[in-house]
Design a protein around this ligand. Structure first.
Ligand SMILES: Cc1cc2nc3c(=O)[nH]c(=O)nc-3n(C[C@H](O)[C@H](O)[C@H](O)COP(=O)(O)OP(=O)(O)OC[C@H]3O[C@@H](n4cnc5c(N)ncnc54)[C@H](O)[C@@H]3O)c2cc1C
Length: 387
């Protein structure tokens, strides 16, 4: 039997964990995840919407096919996790309703309806009273709405927790340390250094450390400069048995500010999220909190009765063209970065495709050519030795 090759994944968020899960099933690698316990992790801050329709944006149309494929794959993963591994990851087929309250916001939403239809994505339009019949907790001020049964949700924290437990059962090791440097030795293998010193020799390295790529020295310096953090402030509340919560995911524009309310089956209600290009500003700001609560209460007045449990800040890992960066940048050195606003939705599909490419010794992920790192760092070069 062929000896297993050592493979290191730098970053144990949802992207790294999903790649590990899919690679572990091929049984060809000894897999180690390095995960900084104090690192920035968007995975556990996110809302968990799986929204290939209502997350599509102007200028990002070429992501649409992948988002649809990712959503379809997610449904099968949810079944596997629940039936085979007995984990409830809070995958819910509730569908999504998006509403407006003013004429201006309605016009904006109608522009999106045209975009969705142009991309062949199915949505149904409703007047205000019909929208209220579908989702009775909506404010009577709602003047227009659209529904889609394609957009779903998952409890991203339950998913992540399950994935880590499954990985551990599949033999994946996790080292809770921050990688600071990656060096190549004479044979082309990688020496990985964490904050405690040198920690192993690996044949393949995959970098999936979200917004923190810039903190690693070595061959990775170049790619890091194409990733930026997009701050998101988000609130977790609980509705309690005496107050109802929306059945569907509710999305809205209030005075051109987008927002959403996501109800989990365990009583948690997530209200999100700001989107701010302010670097790594970790402060919870009064304005962001005020806007999120104000807009959510205007759309669903009942939200005012919920108990606030957490207010968090996270950083979406975005590339310069807002598309993921997936592929080999040097021989046996891979990146899986830049999932931006869709990293929960895309995680399982990215994990599957990247694992398939690595296991079959491809340099690019088949069907993912538009995400090739070469658009930022040129074509793959022969290994370079870093001293
Ligand atoms: C407010 C908010 C709401 C969101 N809502 C949604 C949503 O509803 N649906 C959706 O699909 N997406 C959503 N996203 C986006 C999604 O959360 C991200 O795209 C996704 O979590 C990125 O996952 P990742 O594993 O690539 O990065 P991360 O989750 O950021 O994980 C990176 C990991 O790498 C580790 N790390 C960093 N540097 C090092 C190092 N040097 N050595 C070792 N480990 C390191 C960190 O500790 C961390 O664990 C949201 C994001 C935010 C901020």
């Amino acid at each position: 039997m062929e000896r297993k090759k050592n493979l290191a994944i730098i970053g144990g968020g949802i992207t790294g964990a999903s790649i590990a899960y899919h690679l572990a099933k091929s049984d060809r690698f000894e897999i180690t995840i390095f995960d900084d316990p104090a690192g920035k992790r968007a995975t556990t801050v996110a809302a968990g919407m799986l929204a290939p329709v209502t997350e599509v944006n102007f200028g990002e149309e070429n992501l649409s096919t992948f988002m649809i494929q990712a959503a379809e794959y997610f449904a099968s993963i949810a079944r596997t996790f629940e039936e085979q591994y007995k984990f409830d990851i809070g995958y819910r087929n509730t569908g999504t309703i998006t509403v407006s309250l003013t004429e201006k916001d309605r016009k904006d939403l109608e522009r999106y309806v045209n975009l969705y239809r142009r991309l062949g994505l199915s949505v149904t339009e409703h007047d205000g009273s019909e929208a209220q019949r579908i989702e009775p907790l909506l404010s009577p001020q709602v003047n227009y709405g659209i529904t889609t049964e394609i957009d779903q949700q998952v409890d991203n924290r339950a998913l992540f927790d399950s994935l880590r437990r499954i990985n551990s059962r599949l033999g994946v090791s996790t080292i809770d340390r921050r990688v600071v440097k990656v060096e190549r030795d004479r044979d082309g293998d990688f020496r990985v250094f964490d904050d405690g010193g040198e920690n192993g020799l690996y044949h393949v390295v995959i970098v999936a450390n979200g917004t923190s790529a810039t903190t690693i020295e070595g061959e990775l310096k170049e790619i890091s400069s194409f990733i930026r953090p997009v701050k998101g402030q988000i609130i977790r509340t609980r509705h309690g048995s005496d107050h109802l919560a929306p059945g569907k995911v509710v999305r809205y524009n209030v005075d051109s500010r987008p927002g959403y309310i996501v109800t989990r089956s365990n009583g948690e209600v997530v209200i999100g999220a700001t989107s701010e290009e302010v670097g790594f500003d970790e402060r919870v700001k009064a304005r962001g909190t005020f806007d999120l609560l104000h807009d959510a209460i205007r759309v669903v007045p009942m939200v005012g009765e919920y108990a606030i449990e957490e207010i968090n800040v996270g950083f979406r890992p975005a590339s310069d063209d807002n598309l993921p960066i997936l592929g080999e940048i040097r021989e046996n050195l891979w990146v899986a970065l830049g999932s931006y606003r869709h990293g929960i939705l895309l995680s399982m599909f990215i994990g599957k495709k990247v694992a398939e490419a690595i296991a079959s010794e491809q340099t690019l992920v088949e069907g993912f050519e538009i995400f090739a790192p070469s658009r930022f760092v040129g074509e793959i070069q022969s290994p370079v030795t870093i001293k």
